[in-house]
Write a protein that binds this ligand. Structure first.
Ligand SMILES: [Fe+2]
Length: 215
């Protein structure tokens, strides 16, 4: 066979395109699954009837939850970066004083906040995204150590349930938290601080991408 210049050009283009596809694939496969974390003892025994995406208000009450408001923008993807749509996302957290609305949270003398919802059940949209508004949870003591601020998650993907916790960047207790130190990789469970959302300037804003190992 006589190799013409055109053969070489086409051949080089094919190699380049295969290499690009391989590289893209490698990048896609390089996503690391979000670390699982303990369920903890405070998943609600009875889920509240109001479980919408605004945890700072409780239906039927006029008050607003105490504490620093936050917006969390989340996204759920698989290891290839494909969105996981219609995942069921349960979140629960302590209030701004470090207290859970749970009968088992007897160690903490802090008061309950009747205007704090404490739990939400959300669904990811077609792009895998979800969003909620809450208040920043406080750190709290446990018999085996102080917990850094975190929000608990239980995520039902299409064929996998991930129970984990989301942490906040730059928290002094992140370095010593006895559960966060077991996260692998640790960075997979720490949200990123982002600009406050226009229209909600009082609330701090965070972004977190959850990578499901199976989807
Ligand atoms: Fe907790």
């Amino acid at each position: 066979m006589i190799v013409t210049r055109r053969h070489l050009v086409v051949g080089a283009a094919a190699v380049a395109s295969v290499s690009a596809a391989k590289a893209q694939n490698l990048v896609a496969q390089n996503l690391v699954a979000t670390s699982a974390q303990d369920l903890g003892p405070f998943y609600p025994i009875v889920r509240p009837t109001d479980h919408d995406a605004d945890l700072t208000r409780v239906k039927g009450r006029d008050g607003v939850a105490m504490g620093q408001p936050i917006n969390v923008i989340g996204r759920i993807v698989d290891l290839h970066g494909n969105p996981v749509s219609n995942a069921q996302i349960d979140i629960w957290q302590c209030n701004a004083a470090g207290r859970y609305a749970h009968p088992g949270d007897t160690a903490n003398p802090a008061a309950l906040d009747p205007n704090f919802q404490g739990f939400a059940r959300l669904a990811s949209d077609r792009d895998g995204q979800f969003k909620f508004r809450s208040v920043k949870p406080k750190d709290y003591d446990t018999p085996i150590g102080r917990r850094t601020p975190h929000i608990h998650y239980s995520i039902d993907g299409h064929s996998e349930r991930l129970v984990t916790q989301m942490y906040f960047p730059g928290e002094p207790l992140n370095d010593i938290d006895f559960l966060l130190k077991n996260a692998a990789p640790k960075q997979s469970v720490i949200a990123e601080a982002i600009d406050r959302l226009s229209g909600d300037p009082q609330a701090l804003a965070f972004r977190w991408t959850v990578v499901l190992g199976v989807g």
